[in-house]
Write a protein that binds this ligand. Structure first.
Ligand SMILES: C[S@@+](CC[C@H](N)C(=O)[O-])C[C@H]1O[C@@H](n2cnc3c(N)ncnc32)[C@H](O)[C@@H]1O
Length: 220
């Protein structure tokens, strides 16, 4: 199999910090889940997507791999039921923020505190962060990566009991590359400035603009 893109490689390396059953939700090409299986690090890997042609193609590609090690499942992840209670590493990446929230709403009651979700939606990040905070998720770490001029937030999160969430509307990305962070904050500042030009009184956008400006200041 070909090399993973920088983004997928980052997701795989993040997952490799944890042990258990690996889930590549909304897997599409399946590259991440197949590499996870090939790493021999996880007890079992699951590739899951809702499109039959994607799943059939993956079953062909992986026909030599025993089903006891890799499962390829045709399922809607907004209705997914996990079949095992062992520790899970669940990757939800490359899909929109709204769909990510619907998937999280479905899986949350099934999660234990041992499970880790590696979450990297491609839009509506602030809405996702707001959902995570309101539902008391705990963020183990957060990263910002750039691939071909596009930015990707990557959050390692867990379900958490009563304590307040540590997830803010805007990330800090402490361990991420400084230049990438500065470009990302500047891009979002420009974006919210334009939005506010058309709707001056929008409280959430005002708050987001000032949060991104604060972040920029703290790293400049
Ligand atoms: C752009 S691909 C993302 C692939 C991969 N996760 C990545 O990060 O490169 C989005 C995939 O999500 C799948 N998808 C969309 N809604 C889904 C759902 N409700 N359940 C399972 N898969 C879904 C689509 O079929 C598509 O293959």
């Amino acid at each position: 199999m070909n090399h993973l893109s920088e983004r997928l490689n980052f997701l795989l390396n993040t997952a490799l910090k944890y042990n258990g059953h690996f889930y590549d939700l909304c897997c599409d090409h399946g590259q991440l889940g197949i590499k996870a299986y090939e790493s021999n690090h996880f007890i079992h890997s699951y590739l899951i997507d809702v499109v039959p042609s994607i799943i059939n193609k993956l079953k062909d590609i992986c026909s030599d791999i025993p089903e006891s090690e890799l499962s390829i499942l045709l399922k809607d992840c907004t209705k997914l039921e996990f079949s095992n209670k062992l520790s899970k590493i669940i990757v939800i990446a490359g899909i929109g923020g709204k769909l990510s929230i619907r998937i999280l709403e479905n899986i949350m009651p099934q999660l234990t505190h041992d499970d880790i979700i590696i979450l990297s939606p491609h839009n509506n990040l602030e809405e996702v962060r707001c959902y995570l905070s309101q539902n008391k998720y705990y963020c183990e770490d957060e990263h910002l990566i750039r691939e071909r001029q596009k930015f990707y937030e990557v959050l390692e999160i867990r379900k958490q009991a009563k304590v307040e969430s540590n997830i803010g509307l805007v990330g800090k990305f402490e361990s991420s590359d400084k230049e990438v962070k500065l470009s990302y904050f500047k891009k979002n500042i420009d974006y919210y400035k334009v939005k506010l030009r058309f709707n001056k009184e929008h409280k959430t956008n005002e708050e987001l603009l000032s949060l991104y400006q604060e972040r920029l200041k703290s790293y400049e």
